[in-house]
Design a protein around this ligand. Sequence first.
Ligand code: URA
Length: 210
Amino acid sequence: MLDHLTVVSHPLVQHKLTLMRERDTSTASFRKLLREISLLLAYEVTRELPMTTKRIETPLEAMDAPAIDGKKLALVSILRAGNGLLDGILELVPAARVGFVGLYRDPETLQPVQYYCKLPDRLEERLSIVVDPMLATGNSSVAAVDLLKKSGATNIRFLCLLAAPEGIARMKEAHPDVPIVTAAVDSHLNEHGYIVPGLGDAGDRMFGTK
Ligand code: URA
């Protein structure tokens, strides 16, 4: 069982995150770094998956070799920034099913408003990994996990790049059964709901919008 919060302190992750935070990092570099970091985070969030063995033949002899047990993973991206993390993870687990939850933050209330939801079937049989680079207020994350649970998911993990203490607390209160994996926990949220020091708007930085 993963802890409720795992901070991935690996030097490669921390170094790449520093480059991503820098204001002058270009969109192209930001995207490339996000892809690289998502591979490393995927490694952590898929830790402790149930394992089995399968009988295989090596060129020398037969053996019972380790293999991941159970149904395929479901990756669920919170649009739109979640897609930046999704691509890298799919490289490692190309057979995973993929869902999308469209939520935007009302700029006044900071509350999530749902505009899209398409989830894989048989979520009750899968491990679902919800991805969103920024765990800020936690409102979108809690809403996305609510949707998954309503659709039958019982085994859920949350993967992000940066988390604010406020978002972690909100998730822990609403979904104590959902472990969070992140590269860093920052200081606080500002009055606009941005993570400080953070990296700015993750979606804008990865897609080159303003
Ligand atoms: N979403 C972002 O993209 N950045 C933040 O700092 C908070 C939420």
